[in-house]
Design a protein around this ligand. Structure first.
Ligand code: SF4
Ligand code: SF4
Length: 375
């Protein structure tokens, strides 16, 4: 049975984090069960964009520092790496406070750059992932719990999309982003391409609403950990109060027969009452909610039923970040206007995720709003 450990931790206080991290890992045998002296351990936090820690977009630097300290006590050498969605690794590490935290703890920052091809079982067969990630003796996944406009939730599995380096992310979005099921399968194949020893989730201040970049910080006061990240994500989804039918990764993991998708088959250690204690997270506006319509009708009405990204003219600076990131090249910018070709748009929401001005809004058709009222 998969084990997921829950631990209350109300704030990013150094002494509190040190104590709660030890307590969090104790049911799994402590950090020493995973790490041997001299091993090179890679931490993979969520470093989506260069936002300050209080924006709750990225894994909090205080948690990263506390974990580095714990790993050093176990005799490990610690590397911290990622490939941000927006901006250079150096700039993102600086703005998020990660550079300072890692240097203060005596760890080493390692931008993901070089890649190596790995075989996967399933649809994609071969994937190019960061060499530093593949070569580490041991990986600890350090996601932030956030809502996500395309996948509803980002936690352990989705966090490893950062091991796809730079522009290759957009390429894979183009290949798989038109279908949530296919994209969830891709995420699972990436996550399983190399074993990750542990997933430790920063859910002290999570994010709800228009995550993963423009949502609202949500105090949850929790740390989660487990060896099976699918099980960790399942528990995280229940903590966020999100209906399982909206969690594409969980649905796809179940379809593939992976363990950790059924709560009654997960041993949750900690305060079980926490699972029911939280009001549900606000969902992202761009979420493509299904209405139980027949497939042929959904296909015919695709453009009427799916929300469309539209730039807010007051906020948009026509900087071009969204156009350059858009996998199917559905965005064009002229001298003073931005247009989205809704026929080409695959609703991956990369434009909303990456817009530095939070200017990309969600437009719903009359039919969609009517159906939502009738639900
Ligand atoms: S990224 Fe944002 S500000 Fe820049 S062009 Fe797109 S919508 Fe406008
Ligand atoms: S317009 Fe936005 S949501 Fe549509 S495909 Fe491009 S990046 Fe994705």
């Amino acid at each position: 049975m998969d084990l997921v450990s829950l631990q209350r931790c109300e704030q990013y206080d150094e002494a509190l984090l040190n104590e709660r991290l030890v307590a969090l890992l104790q049911p799994m045998g402590g950090i020493e069960r995973f790490v041997s002296p001299g091993q090179r351990v890679l931490l993979k936090p969520n470093l989506l964009a260069g936002k300050p820690p209080e924006a709750a977009v990225t894994t909090h630097p205080a948690l990263v520092k506390a974990l580095i300290d714990l790993l050093h006590q176990a005799g490990a050498e610690v590397l911290v790496g990622d490939s941000p969605g927006l901006g250079s690794f150096e700039r993102v590490a600086e703005k998020t406070g990660i550079r300072h935290a890692v240097e203060a703890a005596g760890g080493q920052l390692i931008p993901f750059g070089e890649t190596r091809r790995v075989g996967t079982t399933g649809t994609f067969r071969q994937l190019e992932l960061a060499t530093a990630y593949l070569n580490a003796d041991l990986v600890i996944n350090l996601p932030k719990l956030k809502t996500h406009e395309m996948m509803t939730l980002t936690c352990g599995v989705k966090n490893l999309y950062g091991t796809v380096v730079g522009a290759a992310k957009a390429g894979l979005h183009l290949t798989a982003g038109h279908s949530k099921e296919l994209f969830a399968g891709l995420l699972l194949e990436i996550a399983l391409a190399r074993p990750v020893a542990l997933t430790i989730v920063d859910a002290i201040v999570a994010m709800e609403g228009d995550g993963p970049n423009s949502g609202t910080p949500r105090q949850l006061g929790l740390l989660l950990a487990g060896e099976n990240m699918v099980a960790v994500d399942t528990v995280a989804g229940r903590l966020a109060g999100i209906p399982p039918q909206l969690l594409s990764v969980e649905l796809e993991a179940r379809r593939r027969g992976l363990s950790g998708t059924e709560l009654d088959q997960i041993s949750v250690v900690g305060d079980l009452a926490l699972l029911a204690a939280n009001p549900p997270f606000a969902l992202p506006q761009g979420l493509d909610v299904q209405f139980g319509l027949p497939v042929f009708l959904k296909g015919l009405l695709r453009n009427q039923l799916a929300p469309v990204p539209v730039a807010n003219k007051e906020q948009c600076t026509l900087c071009g970040v969204c156009r350059d990131a858009c996998p199917p090249e559905a965005i064009t910018i002229t001298k003073n206007a931005l247009k989205v070709d809704s026929g080409r748009c695959i609703r991956c929401w990369c434009c909303r995720e990456l817009c530095p001005q939070h200017a990309m809004e969600v437009q719903r058709s009359l039919l969609l709003r009517l159906l939502e009222r009738l639900r």
